[in-house]
Write a protein that binds this ligand. Structure first.
Ligand SMILES: Nc1ncnc2c1ncn2[C@@H]1O[C@H](COP(=O)(O)OP(=O)(O)O)[C@@H](O)[C@H]1O
Ligand SMILES: O=c1ccn([C@@H]2O[C@H](COP(=O)(O)OP(=O)(O)O)[C@@H](O)[C@H]2O)c(=O)[nH]1
Length: 235
């Protein structure tokens, strides 16, 4: 598969590295370098980053936070991570721009499909912050939505597992990895690698997903070069 434009989803939780909370500078730097190296090959990259290293609406709700306010806090957490990534990309010499799903200039420009595509075509990394702008969604769903909008060839889900397994590999050591799997099989087997809203959006709009381990340095470029290291989820 040839990739000209991708939507890269980075997990907020992975950004913690070995820390218990917040941003690990080393991990952030590694992400920025990997994105820079991948962009050097000419591929256009839109990035959605999660916020789980700072705040998740659902876990806030279990502690008594109003769910909508908690989700808004989660979306702001993705903005914090996006600004951190923007700063790290600039430091390695990679042009980039932050777009936000809700208006908050001068922190970032209000997102629109056309402005984001214009930015990508200029060779910038377009960082798409604040999720979908709506509560009750996740950044996986935001990635599916933005990936479809910017007409990406695929969504790259960079995570801490190296693909889709027959069961959660963090809980079941006998689980085995798929090289490829269809969306229907993901449903039928009840696999929880992404939430169902995100999976359904990708399926209905024919956006394939590559699930791969982003925390091993160089993997982003390897996947782009066609190395078979993750799992391809397709229609
Ligand atoms: N069948 C499966 N294959 C791979 N990972 C799975 C599966 N079921 C559950 N998981 C879990 O899904 C998670 C995917 O990571 P990620 O989306 O980055 O997590 P989060 O968005 O919750 O931070 C991992 O924690 C992994 O253990
Ligand atoms: O469109 C969105 C995207 C995210 N969020 C909130 O932002 C938090 C952080 O995102 P996520 O949990 O997806 O981050 P990750 O798991 O990748 O760290 C979520 O828990 C939600 O509370 C939201 O309300 N709407």
């Amino acid at each position: 598969m040839q990739f000209n434009r991708i939507l890269l989803k980075l997990s907020g939780e992975s950004l913690m590295g070995d820390k218990q909370y917040g941003i690990d500078e080393k991990r952030l730097q590694e992400y920025a370098e990997q994105i820079y190296e991948a962009a050097q090959t000419g591929v256009q990259i839109g990035v959605v980053i999660g916020g789980g290293n700072i705040f998740r609406g659902l876990s806030g709700a279990t502690k008594g936070f109003d769910r909508v306010k908690g989700d808004q806090m989660g979306m702001l957490a993705t903005v914090i991570n996006s600004l951190a990534l923007s700063s790290a990309l600039t430091a390695v010499g990679q042009e980039n721009r932050v777009f936000t799903a809700v208006r908050m200039e001068p922190v970032g420009e209000l997102y629109s499909k056309w402005k984001a595509i214009e930015s990508l075509e200029r060779g910038e990394i377009a960082i798409l912050a604040a999720g979908t702008g709506n509560p009750f969604f996740t950044t996986d769903t935001a990635s599916a939505l933005r990936g479809i909008e910017i007409e990406a060839d695929a969504m790259f889900k960079g995570t801490r597992v190296d693909g889709v397994y027959t069961a959660d590999p963090e809980k079941d050591p006998t689980a085995t990895k798929f090289k490829t799997i269809t969306f229907d099989e993901v449903y039928n087997r009840g696999l929880k690698v992404m939430d169902l809203t995100a999976t359904t959006m990708c399926k209905e709009n024919n956006l394939s997903i590559v699930v791969f381990d982003m925390d091993s340095y160089g993997n982003l470029k390897r996947v782009l070069e066609g190395e078979d290291i993750g799992t391809l989820v397709h229609v």
